[in-house]
Design a protein around this ligand. Structure first.
Ligand SMILES: [Zn+2]
Length: 443
């Protein structure tokens, strides 16, 4: 029994891991690197000669975005994922095709790694699983999915072979979010493979309600001063949580009622939330749906008027870290030049991202920043980051293995320093490994 990262070892990268159990090769997650482009963004597939089964934890880009590429090479491998994740996965992958095609048309260099047809092919290969239900692979390996919190459809992946119980946490959260209940992992395992995004000590989750309070005060101040607010979000997860929160704040009079604009991708995923998400109450779902129709407008294709409008409004746009040429990026570039507007990041910013660079430039009191090829004057003083992560915070990352009491603890999916910090903290309690990519661990 072995475990090897193909991406996401000692990094947040193209998360993808391979298990070898009883001669079977089981691939867990098939992401792409959040910052790298083209073939460089794929996991390290060269050493893989065969894949028998693919299991996907959730539909974030860094966990799913190379799935059609990999599945086209190994078409016989069934793709397992949670029932609630299936619609999301297909929607998000179709969108990835559009993004790659657009980039390819623009510079003629970016490869289109897969096409709509290859995403459609997945429909036949995806086997949708119910949470908590046990399934078997080849009569020898048991597999089950447990709710991981984090975002809709997210699962921790459980494998059992020859009495050895393994859990891959995936991205998880132990605390209640506005629309997402906490993770419900199994009671005990022998090997735990845990994410470690927030493994640095300073990442203590600030109580959600006090963060909402702080954000609402900032939004109120900008809107009352006739400014506009940009909240960059991930289309899946943070987008729905943010819209849910804004609608509640407006309904309770905590912030002025102004138009909320979002982009097509956030809206279409919100729609899937409302129709397929079984883990929020009917009452909440109905409230979300009715208010969404009343209060949220999808930004028009021609954005010029909205971009240069001076009407107070809140923009909930992806991408969350200002990936180039996304709506959040285009609006940030404009709003950075306005004293009245505000840009509030909603969670983790990777050090290589433009979101991180904007925050850093603001902190350093810089008056100019270069985004893409353009250098712009930063007149905007209202730039801040709020911690609304759907990830386990530092305390939860320590609590998780203490609850599940594994013999062996493997950390992946985090900066090297963060993972080493966790390992140091728990070194007397568990046998810990932090494999790099292509480094195999015996289980
Ligand atoms: Zn995620």
């Amino acid at each position: 029994m072995t475990f090897t990262p193909l991406g996401g070892g000692r990094e947040i990268g193209a998360n993808s891991y391979i298990f070898s159990l009883n001669g079977k090769k089981i691939l867990i997650d098939a992401g792409r690197h959040p910052v790298k482009e083209g073939y460089d963004s794929l996991p390290e597939l060269d050493m893989i000669d065969d894949i028998d089964v693919i299991i996907i934890s959730h539909s974030h880009y860094d966990h799913i975005s190379s799935l059609p590429y990999i599945s086209t090479i190994w078409p016989k491998a069934p793709v397992l994922m949670a029932q609630e994740n299936k619609g999301l996965a297909l929607r998000i992958l179709q969108n990835s095709v559009e993004v790659m095609k657009k980039k390819n048309e623009e510079d003629g260099e970016q490869p289109v790694l897969y096409n709509h047809g290859e995403v459609n092919e997945l429909k036949r290969r995806i086997f949708a699983m119910e949470y908590f239900q046990r399934y078997t692979i080849d009569d020898t390996i048991e597999v089950a999915l447990y709710p991981a919190g984090h975002v809709m459809g997210a699962a921790s992946i459980y494998l059992e072979y020859n009495g050895h119980r393994i859990l891959y946490s995936g991205d998880f959260s132990l605390s209640q979010q506005l629309t997402i209940p906490p993770a419900q992992p199994p009671l005990k395992v022998d090997t735990l493979i845990s994410e470690g995004t927030y493994g640095s000590k300073e990442n203590q989750l600030i109580a959600r309600f006090s963060e909402i309070e702080r954000l609402s005060k900032s939004i109120k101040r900008i809107l009352e001063n006739k400014g506009r607010v940009l909240l960059p979000v991930f289309a899946l997860g943070r987008g729905q949580e943010t819209i849910y929160m804004l609608m509640g704040l407006m309904e309770r009079g905590k912030i002025p009622t102004v138009p909320i604009y979002t982009n097509g991708m956030v809206a279409s995923i919100s729609n899937l939330y409302m129709n397929n998400y079984e883990r929020i109450s009917d009452k909440d779902r109905k409230w979300f749906m009715q208010n969404f129709l009343k209060m949220v407008t999808v930004a028009p294709k021609n954005i010029e008027r909205l971009l240069f409008s001076s009407e107070p409004a809140v923009f909930v746009f992806s991408a969350g870290m200002l990936a180039e040429e996304t709506l959040s990026y285009i609006f940030a570039r404009e709003m950075l030049q306005s004293e009245r507007d505000g840009i509030f990041f909603m969670g983790y910013q990777s050090p290589e991202s433009d979101g991180y660079r904007v925050l850093q430039a603001h902190k350093d009191g810089k008056k100019q920043i270069t985004l893409g090829e353009e250098t712009i004057n930063m007149r905007c003083e209202n730039i801040d980051i709020f911690n609304f992560s759907g990830h386990a915070d530092y305390q939860e990352l320590l609590e998780f293995p203490r609850r599940l009491e594994p013999e062996k603890l493997i950390y992946v999916h985090g900066d090297e320093a963060a993972l080493e910090n966790l390992a140091e903290e728990l070194q007397y309690e568990f046998q810990i490994e932090i494999p790099a990519n292509l480094q195999t661990v015996e289980l």
